[in-house]
Design a protein around this ligand. Structure first.
Ligand code: CA
Length: 710
């Protein structure tokens, strides 16, 4: 597995940049003392959210509203993958570290852009099947001369920060289960913290802490009880016995493990010596199927506070008790000191998927306030005394489907927020997307398959094109400047598409954000007016980072369209194609150039003459149960190959070779032979051909009516 690729072979450099500046020490020599002073360290960006408070605010003022118009490309790089790019680069002692899709790591001279080394963990392509939301990676952690990456296949890998050589590697998950890692590790007091994803397919979530020097497991905290009712010998045993286990009832969680994967957010308060982790949704989503519709199901959709030395439980706050909608609380956790009602408060802030912005006392876990930051229709509000949401009737879709907002995409997803202490504003990359939830009466748990327990036919598009357009008009993506004390919007910027991008705020009074259609922009932190923008030629969803070398401030951002929404809903995002990932780095007066993206070759074939003996009506249901999450509802997807124009659909033999025999498994399209047989595959093919001929889906008798949840 140990293999360092010759960096130059993989990274195509733009001509202007190879100035051959020697790197400074580049040791990734981050330690507790440096992290403690990270707020004041203007030059570097040493952790995923810059500091332990994860505010993503840099005090740098060299680039500001007066001169941001002169920002130009300092240097750039192009990578070898066209899947989604979600990493925030780290910059330590003159070296920039970033990751791409498929968990590859790159180090560059942060001033010149000269590539220093790269590392490919050679993740088996089949693992891509278990990645609900693209084969992305959000970046590395740095500590003690090493950088750490979580690989998609569940490995945590330590690399020598100077050379990129593997120092140690541990398997953090059971490889026989559909676990994935997409999140960035954090390092607290010499321990590397890492969670995982996979709850849609059926896994049990936990947070692990490994010794940064040796890779030895220090502690583990499970987010759901052991389905066999026994202790795990883990840090979570005590609280699971005292609080967690009683909140679960009989249901599919005993097979799936219940979910609760902590796949993204962490933060740390060194004064309180408490770390915080955000916990994911239930597995399956549907509470009725997961736990008989009973119990809060701790610690799903919760913020959990732990002691970083031992993993000992401190407190928890559950944002969505009895989670049933993929309303995770894995979204960005941010710490700040605010003055509320005249008193200084140490708070934790989160805008989880459920649409409410939470301000919580981070010492005690007590709710201070919660207000909706987007339109939502599932709760009247959050009870200030109990901290529980006041649910509206019908939202649990036990009897009738419910059209709800937010969707499983959330009011806010993994895209990081930023907090500007000068303005007192949190900048939220927010989304408004409705979604029809309904109980899947036929649900049976299938090992390793898409296991949500909801009626997937409800996600099929209406037959009427005008209705599809009307749906499009209901989807919104916007940058919201949110006052967390007043709990209200200060200003907003609307984006053309709902799928949003991560945010950076700076002391120069600027808020930097990309967008799914490829604009990378700087807005005024005060009022949101556009100060500067750059056409990246490809969707930008990652959050930028900023750093300073020799008096010059740089803004770095990963470019690459992808993630959950382009996979499942590209039809609502302009059906943008995949383009190669890039890293763009800007500075004042930058004169660098990068070649425009070439036009993608058209490899589609005409399927209108192809025929099938399969049953398209059966295929319609099978398609939406098994295929639509990656290929889009009604075969609308054009992010992964457009099946309506795919050679692999042309003949029954071609189709079977992929769907049953796994001919494309190296790209994540595994064999579905464990889920259905060749005759069902041909039914799916018959349905795809129907869509390819523009005939649309079979009669709507298959689609139950959707009511609006009130
Ligand atoms: Ca999820």
């Amino acid at each position: 597995m140990r293999r360092v690729i010759a960096a130059a072979a993989v990274v195509i450099m733009s001509a202007a940049l190879v100035a051959c500046m020697p790197a400074k020490s580049g040791g990734g020599g981050v330690d507790a003392a440096r992290m403690a002073k990270a707020d004041a360290d203007n030059a570097d960006w040493m952790s995923y959210g810059r500091t332990y408070s994860e505010q993503r605010f840099s005090p740098l003022t060299t680039v500001n509203q007066a001169n941001a118009g002169q920002l130009g490309l300092a240097w750039s790089a192009q990578f070898d993958t066209d899947r989604g790019q979600e990493a925030t680069p780290l910059i330590v002692d003159g070296v920039l570290y970033t990751t791409t899709a498929w968990s590859k790591v790159y180090a560059f001279n942060a001033k010149s852009g000269a590539p220093l080394w790269s590392y490919d963990p050679h993740v088996d392509g089949q693992r891509g099947f278990s990645a609900c939301c693209d084969v992305v990676n959000r970046g590395v952690a740095a500590w003690g001369g090493k950088v750490f990456v979580g690989a998609l296949d569940g490995r945590l890998i330590a690399l020598d920060a100077k050379t990129g050589k593997e120092a140690w590697s541990v398997q953090t998950t059971d490889k026989s289960k559909p676990y994935t890692i997409t999140g960035a590790p954090r390092v607290i007091k010499g321990k590397v913290l890492i969670g995982q994803g996979g709850a849609e397919y059926g896994v049990r979530g936990y947070l692990s802490a490994y010794d940064a020097e040796t890779g030895k497991l220090a502690w583990r905290f499970y987010m759901t009880p052991n389905p066999e009712g026994k202790p795990d010998g883990a840090a979570s045993d005590k609280v699971m016995a005292e609080k967690g286990a009683a909140t679960w009832s009989d249901g599919a969680w005993k097979h799936s493990g219940g979910g609760g994967t902590p796949w993204d957010a962490m933060a740390y308060d060194p004064e309180l010596d408490i770390m915080y982790v955000g916990v994911g949704n239930g597995s399956p989503w549907n509470h009725l199927k997961r736990s008989g519709g009973k119990g809060d199901n701790l610690f799903l959709s919760s913020i959990v506070a732990l002691k970083p030395d031992t993993g000992e439980y401190v407190w928890h706050y559950q944002t969505t008790p009895g989670e049933s909608w993929d309303y995770t609380a894995t979204q960005h956790i941010m710490l700040a000191d605010l003055t509320i009602d005249g008193a200084p408060r140490k708070v934790l802030m989160q805008a989880p998927k459920n649409g409410f912005f939470y301000v919580i006392d981070r010492a005690t876990g007590k709710l201070i306030s919660a207000k909706p930051y987007i339109a939502q229709n599932w709760a009247e509000g959050v009870d200030p005394t109990t901290g529980r949401p006041i649910e509206k009737p019908g939202i649990r879709y036990e009897k009738n489907p419910a059209l709800m907002i937010p969707a499983p995409y959330g009011g806010h997803n993994w895209q990081p927020m930023a907090y500007d202490p000068q303005e007192g504003l949190v900048y939220i990359p927010a989304m408004e997307v409705p979604f029809g939830y309904g109980d899947d009466g036929q649900f049976t748990y299938r090992d390793g398959a898409w296991n949500t327990g909801i009626n997937t036919l409800l996600s099929a598009l209406p037959d009427d094109k005008a209705q599809v357009n009307a749906m499009k008009a209901m989807l919104h993506g916007r940058l919201i400047a949110w006052d967390p004390v007043a709990q209200k919007v200060r200003w907003t910027v609307d984006h053309p598409f709902f799928w949003n991008a991560g945010v950076l705020a700076t002391g120069g009074g600027l808020v930097f954000q990309g967008s799914a259609e490829g604009k990378f922009a700087a807005y005024s932190a005060k009022d949101g007016h556009l100060v500067w923008s750059y056409d990246a030629g490809n969707g930008v969803i990652a959050a930028p980072a900023t750093y300073e070398i020799d008096g010059e401030q740089y803004i770095a951002v990963m470019v690459g369209y992808g993630g959950a929404a382009p996979l499942a809903a590209n039809v609502f995002l302009g059906n943008q194609p995949r383009k190669m990932g890039r890293l763009l780095v800007f500075k004042i007066g930058g004169k660098g150039t990068i070649a425009p993206y070439p036009k993608a070759p058209d490899t589609g074939v005409d399927l209108t003459a192809a025929a099938s003996t399969g049953d398209a009506t059966r295929g319609f249901a099978l398609y939406h149960q098994n295929c639509s999450v990656c290929h889009g509802p009604n075969v609308s997807g054009q992010y992964l190959p457009d099946l309506k124009r795919s050679m692999m659909v042309q003949t029954p033999e071609n189709f079977r070779s992929v769907v049953i025999e796994g001919a494309r498994k190296d790209r994540g399209m595994i064999s579905f032979a464990t889920f259905f047989g060749p005759s069902q595959a041909e039914d799916i093919r018959a349905y795809i051909l129907k869509e390819a001929k523009g005939a649309g889906p079979p009669p709507p008798a298959n689609k139950p009516p959707v009511s609006v949840g009130k």
